[in-house]
Design a binder for this molecule. Structure first.
Ligand code: ADP
Ligand code: MG
Length: 306
């Protein structure tokens, strides 16, 4: 089956909200008036970004979700995606599952697949580009955290890393089907001073905000939002998953107390937790029930309490 039949069979659902869609040399979109384009790309490589035996449906969902998470982290509204797919061979069952999962995520978040590229290569590689809109000068970046800001995270952290170590656990849903916080991201437009999505672990991703904003943070470990399964672990393991586990796709943002009250008043059902505060001293400090804790963050994955 040639490239064209793959596109025709699996990626032919015509997008809405485009002037020219799949089947021409490029897609054509009319941007909403007075909006800025927000655009990002993320690549998933089989065996590196997901276990090789991950269900095709989950791979399809996740390849869209991780990109919508980056759009959400700018406080932007997602619009559409492009898909560059490199396949070692044509596996119809896999392509059916993958395209179903990809379209399921698109439909859930109201975005369209508007184009892409299909090639053969030895490694299964999936690159998705996402496009979104934001009102001029309202995109929330990493570089504007203010001393005194609350540090807030959405949902629970550490679930996906826990699931990776306990395949088959109910938390595997959180690893395979991440839920980008697209609605919350837009609600934070005009309220958050800085924001990032958590893909490489809370500590590392928060550090990106601190570095870009030239400030520090004090985190209260007892406030980390954990699912009940992670809460059942010894404290040091809880912190390890929550702070260094990847693939959460939750939002970490900073904002004034007044703006956090506004968020809660406008959207009382939002699932967010205050975990600390921005400080002037350029360090990431940890407290546990008010006592300073010295945590040794060992590289990317592991750390131990000193
Ligand atoms: P060209 O040769 O002009 O680059 P292609 O043959 O690569 O065009 O693609 C034909 C059409 O199919 C284009 O509209 C392209 O965006 C779309 N397309 C190709 N691969 C995919 C894919 N994996 N998913 C969605 N659209 C795709
Ligand atoms: Mg062409």
């Amino acid at each position: 089956m040639a490239e064209f039949s793959i596109i025709e069979t699996y990626f032919n659902r015509q997008p809405h909200a485009v002037d020219v869609g799949i089947g021409d040399d490029s897609a054509v979109i009319q941007p909403p008036s007075q909006q800025q384009l927000v655009i990002c790309t993320d690549t998933l490589i089989s065996g590196r970004h997901f276990p090789t035996d991950t269900a095709a449906h989950a791979v399809g969902w996740k390849s869209v979700a991780v990109n919508l998470s980056d759009i959400a982290a700018m406080a932007a509204t997602p619009h559409s995606i492009l898909l560059a797919l490199s396949l070692p061979s044509i596996d119809h069952a896999w392509l059916q599952g993958f395209s179903d999962g990809l379209y399921a995520c698109c439909e859930h978040y109201g975005v369209s697949l508007i184009g892409g590229d299909t090639t053969q290569s030895p490694h299964l590689t999936i690159s998705v580009t996402a496009l979104g809109w934001v009102a001029p000068q309202t995109a929330v970046t990493r570089s504007n955290a203010q001393v005194g800001d609350l540090i807030v995270v959405s949902g629970t952290v550490g679930d996906a890393a826990f699931a990776l170590q306990h395949l088959g656990d109910p938390l595997q849903q959180r690893l395979d089907y991440p839920t980008p916080r697209c609605v919350l991201g837009q609600q934070l437009n005009g309220l958050a001073h800085s924001m990032i999505d958590i893909s490489d672990g809370l500590a590392q991703d928060l550090q990106h905000i601190l570095t870009a904003s030239h400030c520090g943070a004090c985190i209260e470990l007892s406030q980390l939002p954990l699912s009940t399964r992670v809460q059942a672990l010894p404290l040091v393991e809880q912190w390890q998953y929550a702070l260094t586990g990847g693939d959460d796709y939750e939002l970490c943002f900073t904002l004034s107390k007044e703006n956090y009250q506004k968020l809660l008043q406008r959207h009382p059902d939002v699932q967010t937790t205050v975990i600390g505060q921005i400080i002037a001293q350029p360090q990431l400090q940890f407290m546990y029930q008010g006592q300073a804790q010295s945590l040794k963050l060992n590289g990317y994955q592991h750390f131990a309490s000193e």
